[in-house]
Design a protein around this ligand. Sequence first.
Ligand SMILES: NC(=O)c1ccc[n+]([C@@H]2O[C@H](COP(=O)([O-])OP(=O)(O)OC[C@H]3O[C@@H](n4cnc5c(N)ncnc54)[C@H](OP(=O)(O)O)[C@@H]3O)[C@@H](O)[C@H]2O)c1
Length: 194
Amino acid sequence: MTAHFARLDVLVNNAAILYGTWQSARDADLAQLREALETNLFGAWNVVRAFLPLLRRSPHPRVGLLAGMGGGTPAYRVSKAALNALTRMLAAELQAEGILVNAVCPRWVATDMGGAGGRPVAAGAASVVWAATLPGDGPTGGFFRDGRPLPCDPQANAPRCGACSSCGACSEPRAAAKSTRLGRQTGPGQPGCG
Ligand SMILES: NC(=O)c1ccc[n+]([C@@H]2O[C@H](COP(=O)([O-])OP(=O)(O)OC[C@H]3O[C@@H](n4cnc5c(N)ncnc54)[C@H](OP(=O)(O)O)[C@@H]3O)[C@@H](O)[C@H]2O)c1
Protein backbone atom coordinates (compact mmCIF):
# COMPACT_ATOMS: atom_id res chain seq x y z
CA MET A 1 0.00 0.00 0.00
CA THR A 2 2.75 2.44 0.92
CA ALA A 3 4.29 1.91 -2.49
CA HIS A 4 1.05 2.57 -4.36
CA PHE A 5 -0.48 5.46 -2.43
CA ALA A 6 0.99 8.80 -1.43
CA ARG A 7 -0.90 9.18 1.84
CA LEU A 8 -4.10 8.40 3.75
CA ASP A 9 -6.09 11.30 5.23
CA VAL A 10 -9.00 9.43 6.80
CA LEU A 11 -9.32 5.86 8.05
CA VAL A 12 -12.77 4.61 9.09
CA ASN A 13 -13.01 1.17 10.68
CA ASN A 14 -16.57 0.18 9.90
CA ALA A 15 -16.71 -3.62 9.75
CA ALA A 16 -18.44 -5.45 12.56
CA ILE A 17 -20.41 -8.67 13.09
CA LEU A 18 -22.50 -10.57 15.54
CA TYR A 19 -25.18 -8.43 17.06
CA GLY A 20 -26.19 -11.44 19.14
CA THR A 21 -29.42 -10.44 20.84
CA TRP A 22 -30.16 -14.09 21.56
CA GLN A 23 -27.29 -14.43 24.05
CA SER A 24 -26.80 -13.42 27.65
CA ALA A 25 -23.53 -12.91 29.53
CA ARG A 26 -24.41 -15.87 31.76
CA ASP A 27 -24.35 -18.40 28.97
CA ALA A 28 -22.74 -16.64 26.00
CA ASP A 29 -21.10 -18.88 23.44
CA LEU A 30 -17.43 -18.02 23.87
CA ALA A 31 -16.65 -19.24 20.37
CA GLN A 32 -18.93 -16.48 19.11
CA LEU A 33 -17.22 -14.01 21.45
CA ARG A 34 -13.88 -14.92 19.89
CA GLU A 35 -15.39 -14.54 16.44
CA ALA A 36 -16.71 -11.09 17.32
CA LEU A 37 -13.38 -10.02 18.78
CA GLU A 38 -11.59 -11.25 15.68
CA THR A 39 -13.49 -8.86 13.39
CA ASN A 40 -14.68 -6.08 15.68
CA LEU A 41 -11.46 -5.60 17.67
CA PHE A 42 -8.46 -7.36 16.12
CA GLY A 43 -9.59 -6.54 12.60
CA ALA A 44 -9.83 -2.85 13.37
CA TRP A 45 -6.56 -2.94 15.32
CA ASN A 46 -4.71 -4.60 12.44
CA VAL A 47 -6.13 -2.15 9.91
CA VAL A 48 -4.99 0.87 11.94
CA ARG A 49 -1.50 -0.58 12.30
CA ALA A 50 -1.30 -1.42 8.61
CA PHE A 51 -2.31 2.09 7.56
CA LEU A 52 -0.27 4.08 10.09
CA PRO A 53 2.62 4.65 7.68
CA LEU A 54 0.24 6.20 5.14
CA LEU A 55 -1.64 8.19 7.80
CA ARG A 56 1.67 9.65 8.95
CA ARG A 57 2.18 11.08 5.46
CA SER A 58 -1.07 13.09 5.71
CA PRO A 59 -1.06 16.69 6.93
CA HIS A 60 -4.38 16.09 8.78
CA PRO A 61 -4.76 12.38 9.59
CA ARG A 62 -8.03 11.23 11.22
CA VAL A 63 -9.11 7.79 12.42
CA GLY A 64 -12.72 6.88 13.20
CA LEU A 65 -13.64 3.61 14.86
CA LEU A 66 -17.29 2.59 14.69
CA ALA A 67 -18.25 1.78 18.22
CA GLY A 68 -21.60 1.15 19.81
CA MET A 69 -23.18 -0.06 22.98
CA GLY A 70 -25.27 -3.08 22.16
CA GLY A 71 -27.21 -3.68 25.34
CA GLY A 72 -27.98 -7.38 25.71
CA THR A 73 -25.51 -8.55 23.08
CA PRO A 74 -22.56 -9.92 25.09
CA ALA A 75 -20.03 -10.74 22.35
CA TYR A 76 -20.71 -7.58 20.37
CA ARG A 77 -20.81 -5.42 23.48
CA VAL A 78 -17.52 -6.71 24.89
CA SER A 79 -15.88 -6.26 21.50
CA LYS A 80 -17.11 -2.66 21.26
CA ALA A 81 -16.05 -1.86 24.84
CA ALA A 82 -12.60 -3.13 23.91
CA LEU A 83 -12.69 -1.01 20.76
CA ASN A 84 -13.36 2.04 22.92
CA ALA A 85 -10.35 1.14 25.07
CA LEU A 86 -8.26 0.76 21.92
CA THR A 87 -9.47 4.16 20.73
CA ARG A 88 -8.26 5.82 23.91
CA MET A 89 -4.87 4.11 23.81
CA LEU A 90 -4.26 4.90 20.15
CA ALA A 91 -5.37 8.49 20.66
CA ALA A 92 -2.94 8.97 23.53
CA GLU A 93 -0.06 7.38 21.62
CA LEU A 94 -0.67 9.21 18.35
CA GLN A 95 -1.69 12.65 19.61
CA ALA A 96 1.87 14.00 19.43
CA GLU A 97 1.90 13.11 15.72
CA GLY A 98 -1.33 15.05 15.11
CA ILE A 99 -3.37 11.91 14.43
CA LEU A 100 -6.85 12.29 15.92
CA VAL A 101 -8.52 9.00 16.88
CA ASN A 102 -12.14 8.87 18.00
CA ALA A 103 -14.88 6.31 18.46
CA VAL A 104 -18.21 7.07 16.85
CA CYS A 105 -21.66 5.65 17.48
CA PRO A 106 -23.95 6.21 14.47
CA ARG A 107 -27.02 5.52 16.65
CA TRP A 108 -29.51 2.91 15.51
CA VAL A 109 -29.26 2.89 11.72
CA ALA A 110 -31.36 0.96 9.18
CA THR A 111 -28.59 -1.17 7.74
CA ASP A 112 -28.38 -4.94 7.31
CA MET A 113 -27.25 -5.13 10.93
CA GLY A 114 -29.67 -2.53 12.26
CA GLY A 115 -32.73 -3.71 10.39
CA ALA A 116 -35.84 -1.68 9.64
CA GLY A 117 -36.79 1.16 11.94
CA GLY A 118 -33.37 2.69 12.43
CA ARG A 119 -32.54 6.12 11.13
CA PRO A 120 -31.38 6.59 7.52
CA VAL A 121 -27.87 5.53 6.64
CA ALA A 122 -26.98 9.11 5.63
CA ALA A 123 -27.74 10.34 9.16
CA GLY A 124 -25.56 7.66 10.72
CA ALA A 125 -22.81 8.33 8.22
CA ALA A 126 -22.89 12.06 9.04
CA SER A 127 -21.79 11.15 12.55
CA VAL A 128 -18.72 9.49 11.07
CA VAL A 129 -18.01 12.30 8.61
CA TRP A 130 -17.92 14.69 11.57
CA ALA A 131 -15.09 12.65 13.15
CA ALA A 132 -13.31 12.34 9.81
CA THR A 133 -13.22 16.09 9.21
CA LEU A 134 -12.29 17.41 12.65
CA PRO A 135 -10.10 20.49 12.74
CA GLY A 136 -6.55 20.20 14.02
CA ASP A 137 -7.56 21.29 17.52
CA GLY A 138 -10.48 18.85 17.59
CA PRO A 139 -10.94 16.17 20.24
CA THR A 140 -9.14 12.85 20.29
CA GLY A 141 -9.76 9.68 22.32
CA GLY A 142 -13.46 10.39 22.78
CA PHE A 143 -16.70 8.53 22.08
CA PHE A 144 -19.15 10.64 20.06
CA ARG A 145 -22.53 10.53 18.44
CA ASP A 146 -23.68 13.31 16.11
CA GLY A 147 -20.67 15.37 17.13
CA ARG A 148 -21.49 15.23 20.83
CA PRO A 149 -19.68 13.21 23.51
CA LEU A 150 -21.73 10.34 24.86
CA PRO A 151 -22.46 10.53 28.59
CA CYS A 152 -20.44 7.41 29.33
CA ASP A 153 -17.39 9.17 27.95
CA PRO A 154 -15.40 10.53 30.90
CA GLN A 155 -14.44 13.47 28.69
CA ALA A 156 -18.08 14.52 28.89
CA ASN A 157 -17.62 15.09 32.61
CA ALA A 158 -20.54 12.81 33.37
CA PRO A 159 -20.76 9.97 35.88
CA ARG A 160 -19.39 6.68 34.59
CA CYS A 161 -21.81 3.87 35.18
CA GLY A 162 -19.64 1.13 33.68
CA ALA A 163 -22.65 -0.29 31.87
CA CYS A 164 -23.24 1.77 28.78
CA SER A 165 -26.74 0.55 27.99
CA SER A 166 -27.92 1.79 31.38
CA CYS A 167 -26.53 5.29 31.18
CA GLY A 168 -29.58 6.80 29.55
CA ALA A 169 -27.81 7.84 26.39
CA CYS A 170 -29.67 5.27 24.38
CA SER A 171 -33.21 5.27 25.60
CA GLU A 172 -34.99 4.88 22.30
CA PRO A 173 -36.75 1.53 21.91
CA ARG A 174 -35.30 -0.95 19.51
CA ALA A 175 -37.78 -3.25 17.89
CA ALA A 176 -35.97 -4.19 14.73
CA ALA A 177 -34.72 -7.52 13.62
CA LYS A 178 -30.95 -7.66 13.85
CA SER A 179 -29.00 -9.62 11.31
CA THR A 180 -25.61 -11.15 11.85
CA ARG A 181 -23.44 -13.57 10.03
CA LEU A 182 -24.93 -16.30 12.17
CA GLY A 183 -28.55 -15.57 11.45
CA ARG A 184 -31.33 -13.11 12.03
CA GLN A 185 -32.93 -12.52 15.41
CA THR A 186 -35.62 -10.19 16.62
CA GLY A 187 -34.97 -8.21 19.76
CA PRO A 188 -38.06 -6.19 20.70
CA GLY A 189 -37.52 -3.32 23.06
CA GLN A 190 -33.75 -3.58 23.15
CA PRO A 191 -32.24 -0.35 24.40
CA GLY A 192 -29.32 1.30 22.83
CA CYS A 193 -27.65 2.53 19.76
CA GLY A 194 -26.13 -0.80 18.78
N1 LIG B 1 -26.64 -0.30 12.38
C1 LIG B 1 -26.66 0.16 13.63
O1 LIG B 1 -27.73 0.40 14.22
C2 LIG B 1 -25.36 0.44 14.34
C3 LIG B 1 -25.40 1.06 15.60
C4 LIG B 1 -24.21 1.32 16.27
C5 LIG B 1 -23.01 0.96 15.70
N2 LIG B 1 -22.99 0.36 14.49
C6 LIG B 1 -21.69 0.01 13.95
O2 LIG B 1 -21.57 0.58 12.66
C7 LIG B 1 -20.71 -0.24 11.85
C8 LIG B 1 -21.42 -0.58 10.56
O3 LIG B 1 -22.58 -1.34 10.91
P1 LIG B 1 -23.72 -1.69 9.86
O4 LIG B 1 -24.99 -1.48 10.56
O5 LIG B 1 -23.46 -1.03 8.55
O6 LIG B 1 -23.46 -3.26 9.73
P2 LIG B 1 -23.77 -4.23 8.49
O7 LIG B 1 -24.93 -3.71 7.74
O8 LIG B 1 -23.86 -5.62 9.05
O9 LIG B 1 -22.45 -4.09 7.63
C9 LIG B 1 -21.24 -4.54 8.17
C10 LIG B 1 -20.18 -4.43 7.13
O10 LIG B 1 -18.98 -4.99 7.69
C11 LIG B 1 -18.40 -5.82 6.70
N3 LIG B 1 -17.60 -6.88 7.34
C12 LIG B 1 -17.99 -7.75 8.28
N4 LIG B 1 -16.97 -8.56 8.62
C13 LIG B 1 -15.92 -8.20 7.84
C14 LIG B 1 -14.58 -8.65 7.72
N5 LIG B 1 -14.11 -9.64 8.48
N6 LIG B 1 -13.78 -8.02 6.82
C15 LIG B 1 -14.25 -7.01 6.08
N7 LIG B 1 -15.50 -6.53 6.15
C16 LIG B 1 -16.32 -7.12 7.03
C17 LIG B 1 -19.57 -6.40 5.94
O11 LIG B 1 -19.11 -6.83 4.69
P3 LIG B 1 -19.97 -7.86 3.79
O12 LIG B 1 -21.08 -7.08 3.19
O13 LIG B 1 -18.98 -8.32 2.79
O14 LIG B 1 -20.46 -8.93 4.71
C18 LIG B 1 -20.50 -5.21 5.85
O15 LIG B 1 -20.19 -4.40 4.74
C19 LIG B 1 -20.39 -1.46 12.72
O16 LIG B 1 -19.14 -1.29 13.34
C20 LIG B 1 -21.50 -1.48 13.77
O17 LIG B 1 -21.10 -2.12 14.95
C21 LIG B 1 -24.12 0.09 13.80
